[in-house]
Ligand binder design. Structure first.
Ligand SMILES: [Zn+2]
Length: 326
């Protein structure tokens, strides 16, 4: 059993660094790869060199989910290696054609931000940062990609890993579990902090022919239960070091935090703050205006949970959501 080596790569995001997990034996396999920025490439090249490797030695790059800090360097690595890129059904389009997917994501986000009650002149500020991300994220040629699904077994480090679909933070997210040693490569499903349920849409239109939003935080809560029940001996997360605490302690902490924030959200609705952005401005007043999109994604998630619980209801007036307690 070989342990994956943590290559810590810098990102331009508030999360800090992202992990690429490297298996050296029996063949070099990389799980996730950072985004296409010079400092990330430099750190990856240095990390590989410390193990006597270069990008050209990589045989497989396995991508956990379609987010820029995990998949953005794929295009660069395709050019600088002959590696296969292993990508799940859930994540295929993001790796194969990120320009289309990202364009759709930005348009959808602009719409949601308006519905959340953001002032029109701020909508552009909030989504312009997103638009720039396209420059640090390139697709991988489809002829280099190998498809896997939840029935597949992935060979890494001389072991066979199961694939677990873990929607919530990202609908495209998969984690990898090695059932003999009970190790988990958790992507951003299990982190030391509660991951943001990124606002996203279903690729297909719903029965009414409308674009439908994925309820990220409720899905994340369901995924947490799935992992809570799993026997896990080691967790290799997408950000931060290997877990020291048992995974159930980390999950309980996350659930507790989400519960407290959700209750805070409920109190604000009760006191008459009716728009998602109004709630965000109170709960995340310490965030800069351009970074509030992250807080807003959390608030939308708390409101989704409160609506599921029947505690809050929503109506739309002139294109803006208004929430009140039931
Ligand atoms: Zn992510």
């Amino acid at each position: 059993m070989t342990k994956p080596i943590r290559l810590e790569l810098p990102t331009p995001f508030s999360i800090g660094s992202v992990n690429a997990w490297l298996f050296v034996e029996p063949e070099p396999v990389l799980v996730d790869c950072g985004q296409n920025t010079p400092d990330c490439i430099e750190a990856l090249v240095a990390g590989l060199a410390a193990e006597g490797l270069s990008t050209a030695d990589l045989k497989k790059v396995i991508i956990t989910h379609g987010h820029v800090d995990h998949a953005g360097l794929g295009g660069y690595l395709a050019e600088n290696s002959s590696a296969e890129f292993w990508v799940s059904d859930h994540n295929w389009d993001w790796v194969a054609d990120v320009d289309t997917k990202w364009g759709e994501r930005v348009d959808f986000m602009a719409r949601i931000v308006q519905q959340a009650g953001v002032e029109p002149d701020l909508v552009e500020l909030m989504v312009s940062g997103m638009r720039n991300i396209a420059s640090i994220w390139q697709s991988v040629p489809v002829d280099r990609m190998v498809r896997f699904n939840t029935k597949s077994k992935l060979q890494m480090g001389g072991a066979r890993w199961d694939v677990i679909h873990a929607p919530g933070h990202s609908e495209s997210q998969t984690c990898f579990y090695e059932p003999i040693s009970k190790r988990l490569i958790s992507a951003d499903m299990l982190l030391h902090i509660a991951p943001v349920p990124v606002i996203e849409r279903y690729a297909e239109l719903n029965d009414q022919g409308e674009i439908e939003r994925i309820l990220g935080l409720p899905k994340h809560m369901e995924s947490l239960e799935l992992f809570y029940d799993l026997e896990i001996s080691a967790v290799y997360p997408g950000h931060g070091p290997e877990f020291k605490d048992p995974h159930r302690v980390v999950i309980d902490r996350q659930k507790d935090r989400i519960h407290k924030r959700k209750e805070q959200c409920f109190e604000l609705v009760k006191d008459g703050t009716s728009s998602a952005m109004g709630i965000t401005d109170v709960m995340y007043s310490h965030f800069p205006q351009s970074g509030k999109i992250t807080g807003l994604a959390m608030v939308v998630g708390y409101l989704d949970l409160l609506m599921q619980e029947g505690k809050v209801q929503r109506r739309t007036e002139e294109g803006v959501w208004h929430f009140n307690i039931t």
